[in-house]
Design a protein around this ligand. Structure first.
Ligand code: UDX
Length: 478
């Protein structure tokens, strides 16, 4: 390293998996690191880059103003015009892992990430998505330390880590007919965990199943890295983190990152959206009474059948509540569903509902008119609801969501878990419970947890201090 280089700030490569929630959380971290004086190269696919430039105000405003931030782009292996969402999600997952490994190696070996003229050091640390375990081997070849960022909660990581133990104890695999059997081999979760609450990848008959084994091995691999970053906070997942700390050398809990970012930058909301946010729903919310609206959104990946769509629709209308519903154009199986909704339903919807293709979710949850959240229990949605103090009805779709919803309903008491059910009567009843009957009960736990979340990200709080430690440790990795 020459004299000139030693004067320069450390340079980190951040490499998220190409999906909304992964990119958004890691962009939040990138902004905080840039703000802390670290240079960041943010590696994304061409598709994600294009969409961020078009829709993310964080990229257009904040990040554009940091001289220490820049993008590098690679292919995800799919033809440019192919859809990357809806039912193509697993195709992207498989294709990307194969394509990205040699591209990452080339990038790290090339001079593209180090340009002395623009005053950047050689990369001294890689912060890579925890589902891209191959990066560990590549970085080791080149001699760069890796920190994994798992965008799901500690509970999901721990449940995957314990996978081999579950198989050994013959708790997995299981047939689908008795999903309420308790699971005992996940330390810290015995007493409330049932088969149906395990991450959905466990719902297989054959434990040699490729996706299940992949999730086990990716999780095991993260223990080999220098450290792991989790978008959670100690006060939310303390008992599970205590278990996880017996296996991971270092865990930085820095969440909830979306709120932490605002504290660090002392600024208002900036979006990391990959879709165009329909702001008309905010004007609609402005004229609704306080806490009168149930917000329904199932994140960026969930899909439903036309039958499920209609059950939700009837349940919502029959509840008599006002509603704001995000229906992504690619979220219903099959084509042309829009043209088959009965006119009567559309008329009733107009009286008290608003439907958009993508909403500014953080702003929606913070709006005074919103009194409940019917969610798929994605980790980011869960954290956003906690910070906003909005009670949840959970309808988990896949992955970690089955487990998140159990924690929301049974452990944290922040809402109701509706997993494995989708009928209009249950939906109607749960909406009434969350919005009226049990509101007070949930509100007390929510207020407490929202307060703890705020404390964690305030100067002196657990997540705040951990993020300072992360920045300090990155500075030491030269
Ligand atoms: C996926 C998995 O499904 C989830 O379980 C896992 O924890 C992370 O990866 P996703 O389904 O997109 O993520 O859910 P989630 O983690 O909740 O993230 C969705 C993000 O999109 C949230 O940050 C939310 O604010 C944002 N969003 C969603 C919008 O901004 N507008 C919308 O209309 C809907």
């Amino acid at each position: 390293m020459d004299d000139q280089e030693t004067e320069l700030p450390p340079h980190v490569l951040i490499f998220p998996y190409p999906a909304q929630s992964h990119v958004a959380a890691m962009l939040n971290l990138a902004q905080i690191l840039c703000h802390g004086g670290i240079h960041v190269t943010f590696l994304v696919t061409h598709d994600i880059h294009r969409r961020l430039l078009r829709h993310s105000t964080a990229v257009q405003s904040h990040l554009a103003s940091y001289s220490g931030f820049r993008f590098e782009t690679i292919s995800d292996g799919l033809p440019e015009d192919d859809p990357r969402s809806g039912d193509k999600v697993m195709e992207l997952f498989r294709s990307f892992r194969v394509t990205a490994k040699p591209l990452l190696r080339d990038l790290l070996r090339s001079d593209r990430v180090r340009d002395s003229d623009s005053g950047r050091k050689r990369i001294s640390c890689i912060i890579v998505d925890g589902v891209l375990g191959f990066a560990l081997g590549v970085a080791e070849e080149i001699g760069i330390p890796v920190i994994f960022f798992r965008t799901t909660g500690a509970c999901n990581n721990w449940a995957h880590f314990c996978g081999p133990k579950l198989i050994e104890a013959r708790e997995v695999p299981f047939e689908g007919n008795n999903m309420d059997v308790p699971i005992k081999s996940v330390p810290g979760m015995d007493g409330f965990l049932r088969r149906r609450d395990l991450p959905s990848f466990y719902r297989v008959i054959d434990v040699a199943n490729h996706d299940l084994q992949l999730f086990f091995s990716e999780t095991q691999q993260t223990t080999q890295a220098r450290a792991i970053i989790l978008n959670t906070f100690e006060e939310l997942e303390g008992p599970i983190l205590a278990q996880a700390r017996t296996q991971w050398p270092q865990i930085y809990t820095v969440g909830p990152l979306h709120a932490h970012l605002k504290v660090r930058l002392t600024s208002n909301v900036t979006s990391n959206s990959l879709w165009e946010e329909d702001m008309t729903c905010m004007t609609w919310l402005d004229v609704q009474p306080a806490k009168s609206v149930i917000y329904i959104s199932f994140g960026s990946i969930t899909m439903m059948t036309k039958d499920q769509l209609m059950e939700f629709w009837h349940g919502l209308l029959n509840s008599g509540k006002r509603f704001l519903w995000v229906i992504r154009p690619d979220s219903v199986f099959g084509k042309d569903w829009e043209n088959h909704i009965p006119t009567k339903i559309l008329e009733r919807t107009k009286e008290r509902g608003c439907i958009v293709g993508w909403a500014p979710q953080e702003e929606v949850l913070a709006h005074k008119s919103v009194g409940g959240f019917l969610t798929h229990s994605g980790w980011n949605s869960t954290l956003e609801s906690i910070v906003a103090g909005v009670p949840m009805i959970c309808w988990p779709y896949f992955g970690d969501q089955q487990l998140n919803s159990r924690f929301v309903g049974e452990v944290w008491k922040l809402g109701l878990d509706m997993k494995d059910t989708c009928d209009r009567v249950t939906i109607e009843n749960m909406i009434r419970d969350v919005m009226d009957v049990k509101r007070q009960e949930f509100q007390e736990s929510l207020d407490r947890m929202a307060k703890l979340a705020r404390k964690a990200i305030t100067e002196g709080g657990t997540s705040y201090c951990n993020l300072d430690c992360l920045i300090r440790d990155i500075r030491l990795m030269v």
